[in-house]
Design a protein around this ligand. Structure first.
Ligand SMILES: *[C@@H]1O[C@H](CO)[C@@H](O)[C@H](O)[C@H]1NC(C)=O
Ligand SMILES: *[C@@H]1O[C@H](CO)[C@@H](O)[C@H](O)[C@H]1NC(C)=O
Length: 141
C-alpha cells in the first residue's frame, strides 16, 4: 500500500513538473512574407535540426517557432534540447495558437520568433517588425 502510494505520488509529481510555462514574453517575426519558406528555414536549419533528428515528429501543417535563448538554453543544446519538436501553446489577448519548437533565438528582446501566419493571428502585420509584448505560453515537456 505504501509502495503504490509512493508510486502514485511520484507520477503526479513528474506530471506536474512536466508542464513549463511563461508569462509576459516578447514575440517577434522571423521573416516577412509567405510563411512557407520561413517555416522551411526553421525546419531545416533551426537549432533543433527537426528535418534531420526529428523526421515526422511535427505535423507539416503546424507553424514553427524559435524560442528565446533565455528559455531554450535551460533544456539542453541543439538537437539534444528537450524542447525540440515539442508543442507550445501561445496566447495573447484572447488569441491562442499552437506551434512546434524548431530553433533558438538569441536576441536581446528575449522573444519567441514566429512566422507570418502566427504573427498575423496575434495582430501583427507583414513588414511590421516591431515587438509584440505580453505573450503567455505553456509547453507539455
Ligand atoms: C531573433 O529575434 C529577432 C527579433 O527580436 C529576429 O530579428 C531574429 O531573426 C531572430 N533570430 C532567430 C535565429 O530566430
Ligand atoms: C521585451 O523586449 C524589451 C525590448 O528589448 C526588453 O526591454 C524587455 O526586457 C523584454 N521583456 C522580456 C520579458 O524579456
Amino acid at each position: 500500500m505504501q509502495f503504490s502510494l509512493a508510486i502514485a505520488a511520484s507520477v503526479l509529481a513528474s506530471t506536474a513538473s512536466a508542464v513549463i510555462t511563461g508569462t509576459n514574453q516578447n514575440g517577434s517575426i522571423f521573416m516577412f512574407g509567405n510563411p512557407a519558406p520561413a517555416r522551411n528555414l526553421l525546419y531545416n536549419y533551426g537549432a533543433c535540426g527537426l528535418s534531420t533528428y526529428f523526421p515526422g515528429k511535427v505535423p507539416a501543417s503546424m507553424p514553427l517557432v524559435a524560442m528565446p535563448a533565455g528559455v531554450f538554453d535551460k533544456y539542453g543544446s541543439a538537437q539534444h534540447n528537450t524542447l525540440c519538436g515539442k508543442i507550445i501553446t501561445i496566447s495573447r489577448n484572447g488569441v491562442t495558437r499552437q506551434a512546434a519548437i524548431a530553433d533558438r533565438n538569441l536576441s536581446a528582446d528575449n522573444s519567441i520568433d514566429m512566422t507570418l501566419d502566427l504573427w498575423q493571428a496575434f495582430g501583427g502585420h507583414d513588414n511590421d517588425g516591431s515587438l509584440i509584448r505580453g505573450f503567455s505560453w505553456s509547453i507539455a515537456n
